[in-house]
Design a protein around this ligand. Structure first.
Ligand SMILES: [Zn+2]
Length: 220
């Protein structure tokens, strides 16, 4: 059982809270992470915050600079493309297991989650997208794959600034998500492969466009 701190949170809860702050861009790439401020927000001591940051450091989400502290890691356009390539390879590889394990009740719960996400705050698009895909990936019942993909999603979305998302892309992404659920519901492997591949490709192109802009802001 995880140890609880004075606010009643376990380390896993604190990890989740900090992760959410990153997803919501309350902590942004390059920003120094001030332990005291986060401890105050989460009403906890410094120790669990530091333990959480060490965990995030091992996945490359934050970096530690000696004598300076922890910073939210930055990512280049080339790195983001690599992350999407890994994502595509892993998601397509486990697809047959996902289809094998999807029952009508699972499909129904995917649709319910999907409807909830479609009306939600565009600022939280990254976390919702990651949750959508991870809820599907979970169906493969392979913890190692799940953890690997969770890290990939973290690296992709924790550095994604919502102000660059634009109005059109979230709507298109939702349509693509619906197509993914439909293909899984039909147990149509070829169709599911096709729609997931297209979705990841579009997401990557969109992200790459954003990173090119953000890497060279002086050239705009
Ligand atoms: Zn998506």
């Amino acid at each position: 059982m995880s140890k609880k701190n004075r606010s009643g949170f376990t380390i896993d809860n604190i990890y989740g809270k900090i992760e959410e702050m990153l997803y919501r861009n309350q902590l942004v790439p390059g920003q120094k992470i001030v332990y005291g401020d986060i401890a105050k927000i989460l009403n906890t001591s410094l120790t669990p915050i530091i333990q959480t940051l060490k965990r995030l450091e091992s996945s490359g989400t934050v970096k530690y600079i000696p004598n300076k502290g922890y910073f939210v890691a930055d990512v280049s356009c080339a790195e983001i493309q690599e992350l999407y390539e890994v994502r595509e390879a892993l998601e397509l590889y486990i697809l047959p297991n996902i289809l094998k394990n999807s029952t009508p009740s699972i499909i129904e719960s995917l649709r319910i989650n999907f409807r909830e996400h479609s009306i939600s705050d565009p600022m939280a698009l990254g976390i919702h997208d990651a949750q959508f895909h991870l809820s599907i990936i979970k169906l493969a019942k392979n913890d190692t794959f799940y953890k690997l993909l969770r890290d990939v999603f973290q690296q992709i979305y924790l550095r994604y600034k919502p102000q660059y998302v634009g109005h059109q892309r979230p709507k298109e992404a939702l349509k693509e998500h619906r197509a993914i659920i439909d293909a899984i519901a039909k147990h149509d492997l070829e169709e599911a492969r096709k729609v997931i591949k297209i979705h990841i490709q579009y997401q990557m192109e969109h992200a790459a466009q954003f990173y090119k802009v953000s890497e060279f802001p002086h050239r705009i």
